[in-house]
Design a protein around this ligand. Sequence first.
Ligand SMILES: [Zn+2]
Length: 209
Amino acid sequence: VGIDVGLGKEWLVTSDGRRFNVPDTFELEKEMIRRQSHCDRNRTAIEKRVARFNHEHETKIDKYDYSNWQKLRKTKSKYQLKIRNIRYDYLQKVTTELVKSYDVIAIEDLKVKNLMGNHKLAHNIANASWAMFRRLLAYKCKWYGKKLIVVAPQYTSRICSACGRKNPQFAHMKTRDWLAVRNWTCPYCQTDHDRDENAAKNILARAIN
Ligand SMILES: [Zn+2]
């Protein structure tokens, strides 16, 4: 099977049309960002207070001995950990499911999914997930004796999987507009494509040839 991993809500699409959605961590992420900025805002004030304490007392303390700072850091990392655990469980489930269902799995050789313009957090999480997904998939394929094929990522979502020609309509599109394209029709053979499923089919085709 060919697998296309994206950045959207439909995170993973296989060449035979199965879709896996990302678990919803949006609320947790919001909470985490709130704590993070809280932490950043208070850092200078706390550093000042610690400096004053050290100036006035014989015993010196460090920022990390200061209980308020500890508390701030703890609540922040609590949310980070929660998000990470949800993601990790989810990736474990998905990779096991994939490895059990298919004998040959093809993925793109992407080190970083460098597609999203300004949404930094989503970007980072997507990248982290992708790296972990690949790692988990690789070792599970070994365990279960399945074959993992990594193919070149160029133009997998722009080539028509039916006739093999590149769609010229997308050549000069801005990244943001191009990402918004969910469905398209091949100008040569008139096949209707779902963007991600088509990409997954191309990845599979590349792995076989
Ligand atoms: Zn076509």
